[in-house]
Design a protein around this ligand. Structure first.
Ligand code: ADP
Ligand code: MG
Length: 493
């Protein structure tokens, strides 16, 4: 599946190079108005315990009823991961005691998950693509939350999250660098957001990753792994992997052994710390939940969901490349659905694909980044950006003026065409006006005129002067042509 170890991804140890091996378990909250087995609401930010049904609070005698929409969302996600959908799956009880888990068990899926093997293609910076195998996706309940900072000597429990549907997505140990690990989560996040099955909001905890890391000599057998729990940003994933891999190399090179354990990432210190070792790991006594029948799906229903899937990032990227975009430009545009939508709105408004992509990547995204704005919050509409490019294409304005115009529309708004007319930004193609400007520059710089005869490259300097004189509005080709005649330069200069 993946090629031989890439030298750039190896860690240089005292005893030679080491390869990093990473597998992930990502929890993605199902985008659904109600919980997996109850009708309670799931909205983020509600007052504590405002969204708790008797089922979520595990009142005696309450029975879980499966939420069909959550099942549909899991199937949709599975299909988006090109995975096998299991027409029969089983809900199991995962038993453990925790104050925020009133039932004393979490309903999850163990041996028979709803989704089996699939794959995700990730795009790396150098244009390389890598496939990451998906082991499974299963549905499970989230737990509640203990609050220890509300009262000097009491802890409180908020059950709003208790029973919310989660998809746990488990990969094969197919990633080989911190960059690949972050790129995987980024891609997975894009896929579920395109599908509308998870909002991917890592700050609100809608998506969090358990990162399994081991190291080995390149090509050797897999090493013992450590699992870093609940890493909740791409940057932290990179930092956690880098720290953890180096920690393991140091131990192994000093003759030690890696203990399989669960670790926490301390983002302030930038390091991972032991939480519990494998010996302390829970025995969850999984068994099929007697309150729930096996989940049986109809193939025709699965087919209907498959037929309704939107175009996903990989397909969109391929289509954009057919329009003439480079792989890099296409992946930047499809990385977020909103960005791809914006680009497509520019095409719909008549822009040519390559120039729209260049304009966005070179001009508009930079301004958005600088202002800390997302594409949906940006002040310039796709139609306005498209109108600017249309005026460049028909020579109404120069490329230089286009950038100034973008700045004006950015800060003052308005219709680009009207702004060009009102401010007299239209490009001067009128030869008479350009000739006058050229003559003025020549008259003012006799020494340069002498010099350019032996140094034709100096013509560029004259072009610059004429542009200055015309406030950037002269058409550069016309300026060049007039200059050549007036300075007596050969045609190919
Ligand atoms: P368990 O049954 O203990 O949960 P799994 O085999 O399901 O273990 O693996 C859990 C996660 O750990 C998966 O994402 C998998 O890819 C990853 N993993 C397994 N072995 C390794 C390893 N040697 N190094 C890094 N990751 C690993
Ligand atoms: Mg596991």
């Amino acid at each position: 599946m993946n090629a031989a170890p890439d030298k750039n991804k190896l860690i240089a140890g005292a005893t030679g190079p080491w390869e990093i091996v990473i597998g992930m378990e990502v929890h993605a909250q199902v985008l659904s108005q109600s919980k997996l087995f109850s009708g309670a609401a799931t909205a983020f930010g509600a007052a504590p315990n405002a969204q708790v049904s008797f089922v979520d609070a595990a009142m005696p005698g309450m029975l879980p009823v499966i939420n069909k929409f959550c099942v549909e969302q899991a199937v949709r996600t599975g299909l988006g991961l090109k995975a096998k959908i299991n027409l029969e799956s089983i809900f199991d009880r995962k038993n453990y005691f925790y104050p925020d888990l009133p039932a004393g068990y979490q309903i999850s899926q163990y041996k028979n998950p709803i989704v089996g093997e699939g794959e995700v293609t990730i795009d790396l910076k150098d244009g390389e693509s890598i496939r990451v195998g998906i082991e499974r996706l299963h549905l499970e309940q989230d737990a509640g939350k203990s609050l220890h900072d509300q009262h000097p000597d009491h802890s409180f429990v908020d059950l709003n999250r208790a029973g919310v549907a989660l998809m746990e997505i488990v990969t094969k140990p197919d990633m080989r660098s911190s960059e690949e690990a972050a790129a995987f989560v980024r891609k997975l996040r894009a896929i579920v957001r395109y599908l509308g099955t998870c909002d991917g909001n890592m700050e609100e905890g809608s998506m969090r990753a358990d990162v399994n890391v081991s190291v080995r000599k390149p090509g050797g057998p897999l090493g013992t792994r450590c699992e870093i729990k609940n890493v909740n940003s791409m940057r932290f994933i990179v930092q956690a992997v880098e720290f953890e891999a180096r920690r393991q190399v140091e131990i192994l090179e000093a003759g030690g052994e890696i203990r399989q354990e669960t670790r926490l990432f301390d983002s302030r210190a930038g390091e991972t710390r032991s939480m519990r070792s494998k010996e302390e790991a829970h025995d969850y006594r999984y068994f099929p939940d007697p309150d729930l029948l096996p989940l049986v799906l109809d193939q025709a229903w699965v087919n209907d969901i498959a037929a309704s899937l939107p175009e996903l990032p990989d397909a969109k990227k391929a289509r954009f490349m057919e329009l003439g975009l480079s792989a890099y430009d296409a992946s930047v545009l499809v990385a977020e659905k909103e960005t791809a939508d914006y680009f497509e709105a520019m095409l719909a408004a008549g822009s040519e694909a390559k120039s729209a992509a260049n304009w966005l990547n070179n001009e508009y995204f930079g301004r958005l980044n600088k202002a800390g704005l997302s594409i949906t919050d940006g002040p310039v509409s796709a139609e306005a950006n498209s109108a600017i490019l249309a005026m460049v294409a028909d020579n109404s304005i120069s490329g230089k003026i286009a950038k100034d115009l973008l700045d004006i529309i950015w800060s003052e708004g308005g219709d680009p065409k009207a702004v060009v007319e009102a401010r007299g930004l239209r490009q001067v193609t009128d030869t008479g006006a350009i000739e006058a400007a050229v003559d003025a520059v020549i008259a003012a710089n006799p020494a340069k005129v002498e010099e350019v005869k032996s140094k034709p490259k100096l013509a560029g300097w004259f072009v610059g002067q004429v542009m200055k004189q015309t406030g950037g509005k002269a058409n550069p080709q016309a300026v060049n042509a007039v200059l050549k005649v007036r300075l007596g330069l050969p045609d190919d200069a």
